[in-house]
Write a protein of this length. Structure first.
Length: 358
């Protein structure tokens, strides 16, 4: 049996997660790929605390430990993978590689991935498979160990990174009473990212139409810092040939605790002029961890025959809601659910499924 040399490459440590984005299975850098495979992570033999996700991508085994049960955090991560079942044999790869004792128990501190001193709910990394290739018929046997601890969680509102503070996605885009036939005005993707007006582009925006609305979310949950003198949310709007009778008004709501809550209303002209025909409306947000915001166009006109659109060029959140974890001494060893090692403890390994090449 051949044994591969494994090396550890840390590629992310995430403290908090946007709801709904657990794993990404569309990595175009993969030469060949399987879907992520989930395995239950059990602490103290029978208490489910989370998941271990794995997939082979190119010449690497990608993995992710994720806590799914509240109140637990990951303190240590140990992972190893070989192309042979752990057995009590002098020629077994687990034994000759010094990953397993003579009694068949794993030496978790000798695994190729050994990370300690953590306190997080999610941890990801990559293990180099070297010349090992599951697509050529080899099987992969993975031992995923962790130490999990009870932890205290404190929510904090911190200043957002300037380059990553803009809206990144949308949902439930509802076009209201529109004006004109320019379909490009009603493209929801045009309000994502940095406001185009900052670069002089005043042709790239998303119109809502009277009574139209859109739900927008950011890279992280957002929040208000509690200081009314520092705006928490900025909405950039494009307006041409401004008429004093035009009342381009929006309602802003924030989603937290399972529902939407009122934030405020603003006329586009109430904001400051950034450049010609561009306005910024400022809002203070509540001191809550906000998952997304909803903007509704409540514009009115001088005549019932006129329809006016609030044109969103970009939306910026100045503060992120983050979680700070403090681990206690109440800890348990944990293993990815699978087949028991041949020793006298409850350590486990699992077999990676046969692959399908792209």
């Amino acid at each position: 049996m051949k044994k591969f040399l494994v090396g550890f490459i840390l590629f992310s440590m995430v403290v908090s997660v946007i709801p709904g984005a657990v794993v990404d299975d569309t990595d175009i850098t993969c030469i060949w790929r399987m879907e992520w495979e989930p395995y239950d992570l059990y602490a103290g033999q029978n208490e489910l605390v989370g998941k271990v996700w794995v997939r082979v991508c190119g010449d690497s085994l990608e993995y992710k430990y994720e806590i799914t049960e509240p109140g637990w955090c990951i303190s240590e991560v140990h992972l190893n993978a070989l192309n042979e079942i752990p057995e009590l044999s002098e020629n077994n790869s687990w034994y000759t590689g010094k990953y397993m004792t003579k009694s068949g128990n794993p030496k978790v501190g000798k695994f190729e991935v050994n990370e300690e001193g953590l306190c997080t709910t999610e941890y990801s990394g990559s293990l180099n498979l070297d010349e090992f290739n599951p697509c050529l018929g080899d099987k992969l046997y993975i031992a995923a160990h962790a130490v999990v601890c009870r932890c205290d969680i404190e929510k904090k509102c911190v200043e957002a990174d300037e380059d990553e503070s803009w809206v990144v996605g949308f949902e439930n885009y509802i076009i209201g009473d529109s004006t004109g036939n320019d379909v490009n005005r009603y493209d929801p993707y045009r309000c994502l990212g940095v406001a185009n007006v900052l670069s002089g582009d005043r042709e790239n925006f998303t119109s809502l139409g009277r009574n139209g609305s859109i739900e927008l979310f950011f890279e992280n949950e957002i929040c208000g810092d509690g200081n009314e003198c520092t705006p928490d949310l900025e909405v950039y709007e494009i307006t041409y040939n401004q008429n004093k009778n035009w009342k381009e008004l929006i309602l802003v709501e924030a989603y937290y605790e399972g529902g939407y809550h009122y934030v405020g209303t603003a006329l586009n002209a109430d904001g400051s002029t950034a450049v010609d025909n561009a306005f910024i409306n400022y809002f203070n947000l509540p001191c809550e961890c906000i998952e997304k915001i909803r903007i509704t166009d409540m514009s009115t006109g001088a005549s019932g025959d006129q329809v006016f659109d609030y044109d969103i060029d970009g939306v910026k959140a100045n503060y992120w809601c983050t979680s700070e974890y403090t681990c206690t001494d109440d800890c348990e060893t944990a293993w990815g659910n699978g087949t028991s090692f041949p020793g006298n403890n409850w350590a486990m390994y699992f077999e990676y499924p046969n692959c399908m090449c792209d």
